[in-house]
Design a binder for this molecule. Structure first.
Ligand code: DX5
Ligand code: ZN
Length: 216
């Protein structure tokens, strides 16, 4: 099966969101990656519900929403309302992760968990069978355009082994510093889905760049 490509709208032109959403609609991308930052869990603020609802109005592909926020439970219902298909919370932000996962699923969304670069894969052992997706962060979350952290490759391999050992059905997604070179190595290691922000939107032909990633 070909790799799932999820362009990150964090790197789009916010004065031309509809144009960039249409570009993704008409490209080989599979999902829209939507990064929500609260200025507390991460040292940056991105955008909130009205912007996601506006994206969803035009998006013809599932919204893959990555929330870098504290206390995610209080907003789960609202994320469902604005059209989220997959909701990914941070392991480091959830005291009762199992409960949060059930809450996400109870609102009809797929449930994902993101791991910061310092968080060990083995911590997911007791919850992996409840998950639809694991997002391995290959940068410290908060900003687009950062340098890829090499350790992510080995984490993909370890996660793949854990998924096989536990006979789980989980998508492995990687986020941060993805380009054709890092993307190829991630796919080889076992990644099922790649997020790409600046590599897509800073290129001269974003739709072609998405197609190049899709061909990995
Ligand atoms: C970082 C975000 C990423 C970001 C990736 O906190 O979660 O999704 O948009 O951007 P690039 O692909 O430029 O590293
Ligand atoms: Zn992200």
């Amino acid at each position: 099966m070909s790799v799932i490509i999820s362009p990150s709208v964090l790197s789009c032109d916010f004065a031309n969101v509809q144009r960039d959403v249409e570009m993704i609609n008409n490209s080989e991308a599979d999902w829209f990656h939507v990064d929500v930052m609260d200025g507390v869990f991460v040292p940056n603020i991105s955008f909130g519900f009205p912007v996601i609802a506006a994206i969803n109005k035009h998006a013809k592909k599932p919204l893959d929403v990555h929330i870098m926020i504290v206390n995610p439970d209080q907003f789960v219902e609202e994320f469902a309302k604005v059209g989220t298909a997959i909701l990914t919370v941070h392991y480091e932000a959830c005291t009762h992760l199992h409960r949060t996962i059930q809450l996400i699923k109870s609102h009809g969304m797929k449930a994902g968990v993101a791991l910061n670069p310092h968080t060990n894969i083995e911590l997911l052992e007791d919850v992996i069978n409840e998950l639809d997706l694991v997002l391995i962060m290959s940068v410290n979350p908060g900003f687009g355009g950062q340098k890829f952290i090499e350790g992510a490759i080995d984490k993909v391999r370890k996660l793949k082994a854990l998924i096989e050992r536990k006979n789980a059905n989980v998508i492995i997604e990687v986020d941060g510093g993805v380009n054709l070179e890092t993307g190829a190595r991630l796919v080889e290691a076992g990644a099922d889905a790649l997020v790409a922000g600046s590599f897509v939107f800073n290129s001269s032909n974003p739709a072609q760049t998405i197609a190049d990633l899709k061909a990995l």
